[in-house]
Every structure is written in structure tokens, then in C-alpha cells.
Design a protein around this ligand. Structure first.
Ligand SMILES: [Zn+2]
Length: 179
């Protein structure tokens, strides 16, 4: 119906739409509108599950973080668990452990011990029988603090590297380069 060029155009609009929705969500987070950010990230995460399953877990984690900051720890924990479960089902157990531990630390720091325990339990249930082999440490360049494409927070100690100098934004998949 749209022809090849039209489809390309639609795809481009779709991508730009997602990128600016991410920018909006990150902006709400920075402005302290946590309830708004929680909704926006959750919508993005749900939308990402099909076309971009690799992105969805991080969007759920951010949705959970935002909801907890907004005071809605119940739906926050639901989103956190969804993100961690997705990571486990994708076989990304190392990332699941790192992100899960950060969530546990943040919940504990806010005095949400029951919620922290729930996350720790979920992580324990997904632990492999043998500890994963630690990747050989590589010297990577320093990355920008925020993704230039979507404004998402870049956490150098947690990010996935495509090669020695290029990492991948968790939220939008853009390549990130150090200087
Ligand atoms: Zn990004």
C-alpha cells in the first residue's frame, strides 16, 4: 500500500518517534517528574518487547526506578522484576546480576527492605549452577555521561561493548564512542 519508499519513510518516522519519546522520558526523570517518567518508560518498554527485545529490559528497569522514586514501589517492583526476568530469559545473566544488584542496593538505601528481598530472591532463582566466567578486563575509553541520541544515562561499568572503543546505548541501541 505504501510502496518501498513509503515504508522506509514510515520506519524512519517510527524510529524518530521512539527516540524522541525516550528523550522525553529521560527529561522527565531529570526534572523529577518520576510518575510521568515511570509511565513513559513502561510504555516504551512494552512497545519494545517485540521489535527490540534487547532494549526492553533496560526500559523496564528505568520504569521501575522512576516508579519507586515517585513513591509507587509496588508497580516499581513489578517493572523491575519484568526487566530482570526478560534479561534472564535472553540468557544475559551477567547483566541481570549487575542490574539486579543495583536495584537491591537502591531499594535498601530507601528502606524498602521487603522489595529488595523480593528482587534478591528473583536473582537467586535465576543464578546459573556454575558461576559465569569473568570477562577479561579490557581498557575502554571514557564514554559520555548521557547518550547523545536519547539522553539516557550511560553507566560505563555496566554497559555492553560492541568492540574495544564502541559501546551500545542500553535504551536506544545507538553506538557510543569514547574520546
Ligand atoms: Zn540512547
Amino acid at each position: 500500500m505504501f510502496g518501498r519508499r513509503g515504508q522506509r519513510l514510515l520506519r524512519r518516522i517510527g524510529r524518530r518517534g521512539a527516540a524522541s519519546a525516550l528523550q522525553d522520558a529521560n527529561q522527565m526523570m531529570m526534572d523529577g517528574d518520576y510518575a510521568g517518567a515511570a509511565d513513559a518508560f513502561k510504555q516504551l518498554a512494552q512497545g519494545a518487547e517485540n521489535p527490540f527485545p534487547r532494549r526492553a529490559p533496560f526500559l523496564y528497569m528505568e520504569a521501575g526506578r522512576a516508579a519507586i522514586l515517585s513513591g509507587d514501589s509496588k508497580s516499581g517492583v513489578v517493572s523491575l522484576k519484568r526487566g530482570l526476568t526478560l534479561l534472564a530469559s535472553q540468557g544475559r545473566l551477567h547483566r541481570m546480576q549487575v542490574l539486579g544488584q543495583r536495584a537491591v542496593d537502591e531499594l535498601t538505601a530507601r528502606g524498602l527492605n521487603v522489595e529488595a528481598q523480593g528482587i534478591a530472591q528473583l536473582m537467586g532463582a535465576s543464578l546459573p549452577k556454575e558461576p559465569p566466567t569473568q570477562p577479561v578486563p579490557v581498557k575502554h575509553p571514557i564514554l559520555p555521561a548521557h547518550c547523545p541520541s536519547c539522553g539516557g544515562t550511560v553507566r560505563p561499568d555496566e554497559i555492553e561493548w560492541i568492540d574495544n572503543v564502541t559501546a551500545e546505548c542500553d535504551y536506544c541501541g545507538s553506538p557510543l564512542r569514547g574520546k
